[in-house]
Design a protein around this ligand. Structure first.
Ligand SMILES: Nc1ncnc2c1ncn2[C@@H]1O[C@H](COP(=O)(O)OP(=O)(O)OP(=O)(O)O)[C@@H](O)[C@H]1O
Ligand SMILES: [Mg+2]
Length: 224
């Protein structure tokens, strides 16, 4: 493969993003692809340093704007040091959350303006828009229950899991709106199904997208 492929997994808390990334990575590796599994916030040394500040809630008191800029700083580092080099080297990159999470969490429920969020997105993403985005969709109560049951005893809920269900409902709608507005990039997956069925559905979509991408690759670069 000349150029690789970039896939993001999005959705609320406990929808099964991490579970499905693992499953897809295994499947793609068995099919002979080189796969990078990564996550946000984080995914690169610089961004992981920022992740702790964000998820501990330390940045929350400093305001939504500062928090959003930190997310963008982390994303920029992640894109330029991990995602872009891997995709340019022909690898398949699977990321657990990306730009849609910022649009939803900091934009829609963080109350920041679309202009401000668009500007941050342009800088952070810098053209590295996912080829495909899976939006895992489930009733927020169900997702939160899953996230809570996954946490080991004594481990506290993070800054985002602690918020009220109503906010999680708004986020769910916001993710679905993104999918509506960008149907070429986004695929909504019913995340209430069992993990095997979801993994199967995702495989089918990815296999199809990869064969379309291979068709689109000019013969010259494919022959390399
Ligand atoms: N389809 C499924 N049906 C039932 N339980 C599931 C399913 N997928 C994942 N789980 C379980 O739900 C919990 C949350 O899954 P997972 O960690 O993959 O979600 P996530 O979207 O990555 O969550 P977070 O946003 O908190 O990182 C885990 O305990 C996982 O085993
Ligand atoms: Mg996860």
């Amino acid at each position: 493969m000349a150029r690789g492929f970039f896939i993001s997994f999005e959705g609320g808390e406990g929808v099964g993003k991490t579970t499905q990334i693992k499953r897809l990575a295994e499947y793609l590796r068995e099919a002979g692809h080189e796969v990078i599994e990564t996550r946000e916030p984080g995914g690169s040394p610089g961004a992981e340093a920022v992740r702790h500040v964000l998820l501990s809630g330390a940045a929350e008191a400093l305001g939504a704007k500062l928090e959003a800029i930190l997310f963008a700083a982390a994303r920029s580092d992640h894109v330029e040091t991990v995602i872009r080099p891997a995709v340019e080297a022909g690898k398949i990159v699977l990321t657990d959350r990306f730009m849609d999470s910022s649009r939803v969490y900091q934009g829609v429920t963080g109350g920041l303006s679309e202009d401000f969020m668009d500007a941050l997105e342009r800088v952070a993403v810098n053209g590295m828009v996912p080829d495909l985005t899976f939006i895992l969709d489930i009733e927020p109560e169900e997702g939160l229950k899953r996230a809570a049951s996954r946490r080991s005893e004594g481990e506290a809920a993070d800054r985002f899991e602690k918020e009220q269900v109503e906010i999680h409902q708004r986020r769910r709608q916001a993710f679905l709106e993104i999918a509506d507005n960008e149907p070429e990039r986004c695929i909504v997956i019913d995340a209430s199904a069992d993990a095997d069925k979801i993994a199967n559905d995702i495989r089918k979509c990815v296999s199809e997208a990869l064969s379309v991408a291979a068709e689109d690759t000019p013969k010259k670069s494919r022959a390399k």
